[in-house]
Every structure is written in structure tokens, then in C-alpha cells.
Design a binder for this molecule. Structure first.
Ligand code: PLP
Length: 395
């Protein structure tokens, strides 16, 4: 009998982390690999945030804190939600975890019973389905096509809802496509959801601040009557280039927040005290970094999208947020190129041209690949040249 649990057998390791690992190994073996697989900003954490952490260490802020966040951080989060999203929460409606990832994981562990369904629009962030499976739930994947800008439509949502639906996940801007929902698209989806009182909404807003939309950012709890059944998740990883600090948070119904606290109290306890102090400064301090960084990301997005669309066989939409693009490689999958799947394409691209990207099938939509442009312009220029010559060599 295996020592490994049945629940663990249901899931696979993160494919995006696997690509980063493979790129690291090849680099260590002396290959000049350009990694376009990582889901983290290449910018450093701003100095004011680092200094807040140093001050916290020197000031003895090094002990256990309240399980789901210090009062100071909860206050900063409440202020952020009010100011940026016009959402009003009290402290017992806020939870802080070790990254947004832990908040999501805890939410599923706290709410899913065997067979409960979670609607996940595809392409999706790789961890959603596996987290749901680990918690005993059933991912209900809804394919959203390129001609729909990879977004869930009200008709598709209506069709997939069943008696067992417990959650709908919305992620805007999206990993892996960068697509953002407009205010009117969110309102249309919320009109469908209004009728189904038992369905909860998990709004993953982690890329909120990496947005090139001219219009304001909207999250579902803010512009619908669904706040009392929405968990609005966010974090400092992407917004403030703090992926290693591991702080994520959510605002939502007291009952769910309390259940998350219970899980956290018996697993990891509080997130790092020093990281929490840094996150207070991230949220309360100057927000200048967000603007300058987004400008730089926009420049890179334009360059990458233009370059990709000049390559024969590749098509790429220009998304409004995050730091990903999700081009199609379908035209290059045929007998002539001897490539059958997006995984073949990605594998060959790494072997022949030393470019690491992630296959679309990992995100639930085959025929595509994800490029993260969170890397220097210099590397992106070289990478685009290599992708071009690789694709031309297939002809
Ligand atoms: N949600 C999405 C869509 C993500 O892409 C990520 C990270 O890649 C997370 C949540 C979790 O981020 P973190 O755990 O660093 O806060």
C-alpha cells in the first residue's frame, strides 16, 4: 500500500513551476536559456517597503502575530478596499495568508464537500483545478475562446451552473491571457448569478494594479448585489513586486473568513510578521511604483504583441492587463512541421532555441502558449528574434 494519500494522487505538480525549474537546470548546464515562463515581476521590491521590513526586524516585530493578520495590516487592507474598490469591510471580514495562494487554498478547504462543483473559466491559472481537487471538489471547466477574448460569457455561465455549483472563480486581469472584464461584462455575469443564491464568487484580483485599461478597475463585489457571497482576494506579490514575501489577503463573508482562520490556526498560523509589516507599508505608503512599473510593462506588451504578430503562423491578442500574452500556435501544428500539440511546440522551442514558455494545455486551452513579459526589454528583443527564427525554421 502506498504511503501517499488518495487526495494527493488526484493532483499534479504546478506546470509553470516545472518550466521555471527546467530553465534553471538548463542554465546551470551552461545553456543560454531565456525564461519567459515565470509569473513574477522582474522589478525589485521598492525601497520604502524593504525599509519597513528592516525597521520591523530591528524593532522586535519578530514574534507570532494574530493567526489571520495583524490589526495594522487588516486596517491597511480595509483602507485599500474602501479607497480603491469602494468596498466596506470590518476586521472580522478580512483574512491575511501566506500569499494569495494560501488564501484560495484555505477557502476551498473550508467550504468544499465531496462532489461540490467549482466553475473555472479556461484558460485558467494552473493551481485552481488542483486546489479544488485536493479539497475534494470537482472543477467544472468552461472553455472561453479567443474570439470571446478568452472571457466567460453569461450564456456559458448559465449553461454550466448545476445544483452542485458552490463557487465561480473570476480572475481579472487574467493569468494566463491578461484579459480583463469590463464593468458591463461583470454586471452581466452578476445578473445570472443573482438568481442562484447558493453560488459564491471567488474574485481573484491579484493583477488589479497591472492594468493598461483607460477605464477604472472594477471587481464584482463592488458593482453587484453579490458582496455577501463574494470572497475578494488580492495580495502584494504582483502589485508591489513582493512575490517572495508571501502576503495575500481577502475580504468576504464573516462565516468564510472565520473558517479560513480555523484552518490557518491548525496549519501555518500567521504569515511572517516581518512580511506583514512590509505589506502595511506597501498598502499605506507611496503608490508611485505602480504607475512607473505599469508604464514599463505596457511598453513591453506592445513590443511583444507586435513582434509575435509579425511571425508567420503566430497570432496574438493584445490584452489589457497582467504581464502575460497568450498567442496561438495552432497554424504551426501540422504534418509539415511535425508538431502535433502545443506541448511539442514548447518543447522544441526550448530544445532548439533556448526559450522557455508554458504550453496552453497547462492552462486548459491547447493550441496556445503563455509568454510572461516580466523580463528586461533586452532579453525580450533577443527572445522575439529566436522565436521568429524557430517558427521560420519549421516551414
Ligand atoms: N492568482 C493568480 C491568478 C496568480 O497568477 C497567482 C500567482 O502566480 C496567485 C493567485 C498567487 O499569488 P501569491 O500566492 O504570490 O499571492
Amino acid at each position: 500500500m502506498s504511503i501517499i494519500s488518495e487526495s494527493l494522487k488526484r493532483i499534479k505538480p504546478s506546470p509553470t513551476i516545472a518550466v521555471s525549474q527546467k530553465a534553471r537546470e538548463l542554465r546551470a548546464a551552461g545553456k543560454d536559456v531565456i525564461g519567459l515562463g515565470a509569473g513574477e515581476p522582474d522589478f525589485d521590491t521598492p525601497n520604502n517597503i524593504k525599509n519597513a521590513a528592516i525597521k520591523a526586524i530591528r524593532g522586535g516585530d519578530t514574534k507570532y502575530t494574530a493567526v489571520d493578520g495583524t490589526p495594522a495590516l487588516k486596517k491597511a487592507i480595509i483602507k485599500k478596499f474602501k479607497k480603491e474598490n469602494n468596498l466596506k469591510y470590518s476586521e472580522d471580514e478580512i483574512t491575511v495568508g501566506t500569499g494569495g495562494k494560501q488564501v484560495l487554498y484555505n477557502a476551498f478547504m473550508a467550504t468544499l464537500n465531496k462532489g461540490d462543483e467549482v466553475i473555472i473559466p479556461a484558460p485558467f491559472w494552473v493551481s485552481y483545478p488542483d486546489m479544488v481537487l485536493l479539497a475534494g471538489g470537482k472543477p467544472k471547466i468552461v472553455k472561453c475562446n479567443e474570439y470571446e477574448n478568452f472571457k466567460l460569457t453569461p450564456a456559458k455561465l448559465k449553461k454550466v451552473i448545476s445544483k452542485k455549483t458552490k463557487w465561480l472563480i473570476l480572475n481579472s486581469p487574467s493569468n494566463p491571457t491578461g484579459a480583463s472584464y469590463t464593468k458591463s461584462e461583470i454586471i452581466k455575469l452578476s445578473k445570472v448569478l443573482t438568481k442562484y443564491k447558493r453560488i459564491h464568487i471567488l474574485s481573484d484580483d491579484i493583477y488589479e494594479h497591472i492594468s493598461y485599461e483607460k477605464s477604472k478597475y472594477f471587481t464584482i463585489a463592488q458593482i453587484s448585489n453579490l458582496k455577501n457571497r463574494t470572497l475578494t482576494m488580492n495580495g502584494v506579490s504582483k502589485s508591489y513586486a513582493m512575490t517572495g514575501w508571501r502576503i495575500g489577503y481577502a475580504g468576504g463573508p464573516k462565516e468564510i473568513i472565520k473558517a479560513i482562520r480555523k484552518i490557518q490556526s491548525q496549519s501555518t498560523s500567521n504569515p511572517s510578521s516581518v512580511s506583514q509589516a512590509a505589506a502595511v507599508e506597501a498598502l499605506n505608503g507611496t503608490q508611485k511604483f505602480i504607475k512607473t512599473r505599469s508604464k514599463e510593462f505596457k511598453k513591453r506588451r506592445d513590443f511583444v504583441v507586435n513582434s509575435l504578430n509579425k511571425i508567420k503562423g503566430i497570432n496574438c491578442l493584445s490584452p489589457n492587463g497582467a504581464f502575460y500574452v497568450f498567442p496561438s500556435c495552432k497554424k504551426l501544428l501540422n504534418k509539415r512541421t511535425k508538431l502535433k500539440t502545443d506541448s511539442d511546440f514548447v518543447k522544441k522551442l526550448l530544445e532548439k532555441s533556448n526559450i522557455a514558455v508554458v504550453q496552453g494545455s497547462a492552462f486548459g486551452l491547447p493550441g496556445y502558449f503563455r509568454i510572461s513579459y516580466a523580463t528586461s526589454m533586452k532579453k525580450l528583443k533577443l527572445a522575439m528574434l529566436r522565436i521568429k527564427s524557430f517558427c521560420e525554421s519549421l516551414e
